[in-house]
Ligand binder design. Sequence first.
Ligand code: CTP
Length: 449
Amino acid sequence: MRTVITYGTYDLLHQGHINLLRRAKALGDYLIVGVTSDSFDKERGKLNVRGNVLERVEAVRATGLADRIVIEDYVGQKIDDIQKYEVDIFAIGSDWEGHFDYLSEFCQVVYLPRTEGISSTMLRARNQRTVRLGIVGTGRIAERFMSEVPCVNGVDVVSAFNPRKGEADAFSLRHGLSSHSDSYDVFLKEVDSVYIASPHPTHYEYVRRALLAGRHVLCEIPFVLSGREARELYELAGARNLVLLEASKTAHCPAWTHLLVLAKSGVIGDIVDVKASLSKLMADTSLREFDAAQAGGAMSELAPLCLMAIVKLLGIGYKDLRFYTKMCNGVDVFTKGEVVYGSSVASFTLGLGVKTEGNLVISGTKGYILVPSPWWLTNYFKVCYEDRNKNKRYFYAYQGEGLRYELQEFVSMILGGRMSSYRLRRRESVAIAEIIEEYRKGKNTIILD
Ligand code: CTP
C-alpha cells in the first residue's frame, strides 16, 4: 500500500483544493490530509482565514477523498507525520515548487499542477466588502502602518488627510492613493473608516468628527488624555453603531493573547504583582516626544501599552495610584507609576531620557511569567516555577511592525458588525485614559529633582 500525505489550510474549500486532493489520491492507495490549526495559521502569518479548523476539516472530509485527516500544528510536523504514518509520497501544489525538497530525505516529494484562476484568497476577496480606510496624519507611524496594510484582507487605503497640504500630497504620491485632502470634511466623504495617527492632542476632535460623520475609527495610542473624553467617544460610537478601537498593538499580537489566557487560566496561581517597563532613549530632543504642546513625555507616549497589560491582567478596579516623575523642559523623561489593587499591585517604569530594561514580569502564587525586552513586541515568554524542571517556554511570530494584528481586528469588527473587542474592552481603554489623566493632573505625584 502506498501512502500519500498532503497539507493545506483548505479555507472556503474550492475546486482547486478538490483537484489537488484528487491528484494526490491518484498517486497512491491511502491519502492523509493535514489541515492547519487556527493558531498555526496565525503563527505563520495567515491572518485572514475565514473557517475555523473544525469547519475546514469538515469540508475536507466531505470531499470523500481523505482516508485520514490530521491537524498540522507546528513547524517540523511534516517530518514527524511522514515517519509516524510511514508515508511514501509527500504531495503539494506547484505553487510550493522547491520549497519542500528537504523532505526527500524521508519520502518521495511530488509537486502537483495547481488549478489556475482560483484560490481561497480570491474567494475571500470576492465574498467580502472592502473597507475604505483613510489615514489621518502622515508621520512616522502612518508610514509604518502603510507597510502592514497589504497583509490584511478586506481593506484598502483610499485617502489621507493632513492639514498641511504639502504633506498630504507627498504621502499620497508615495503610496499611490486615489485621493487626499487638507480638509477633514472633504476627506471624510471619501472613506468609511479612519486610522488616526495625528499628534496626540488632536485625537479627540478627529475621532469625534469622524464618528459624527458615521465613520469607524481606529485610533493610535494614546487614544485620548482624559477618561471623560474616552467615555464620551465610546458612547458616541455605541449610539451610532460604529467601531471605535484603540490601536494598542500589543493587545492584538498572538503571543500576548496567548499569554493572557494562560495567566487567566491560573498557570501561575493568583496574580499578585505586575511589573512592566518601556523606554525609548531619544537623542533628538526636537522631536514631538519632547514637546509639551504636543502632549509629549514618557507618560503619554509610553504608558498606554504598559497600562493595557496591567488592566488586562488585574482589571480596572484599582484603589490607588502613585507616580514618581522626572521632568525636563515641561515633559516627563522618566515616570514610575504604581497601580494599587485590593490584593495585588502593578508598577510601570517609563523612560524617554532614562533607559529601563523593557521586561514584563507577572508574579503569582504558583510561579511567574517573564516576557523579556521588548515585551510589547511579544514573540517569546516563559512561565517559571520553583521547580525549574516545570518551566515552559513559548515562542510565536511577531510579524512586521505588528500593526497588521490590530488592523485585522478592526476590519473584522467592521465586517462582522462587532462593536467591542475582547482584546481591549471599551471600559479598559477608558481606564487607561483615566490613569493618564490622573497623572497629568499631578495627583499623587512626587517630582524627582
Ligand atoms: N491548490 C491548488 N490549486 C489552487 C489552490 C490551491 O492546487 N488553485 C493547492 C495548494 O497548492 C495546496 C492545497 O491546494 O497544495 C491547499 O492550499 P491552500 O493554501 O489551502 O489554498 P489556497 O487557495 O492556495 O489558499 P490561500 O489563497 O489562502 O493561499
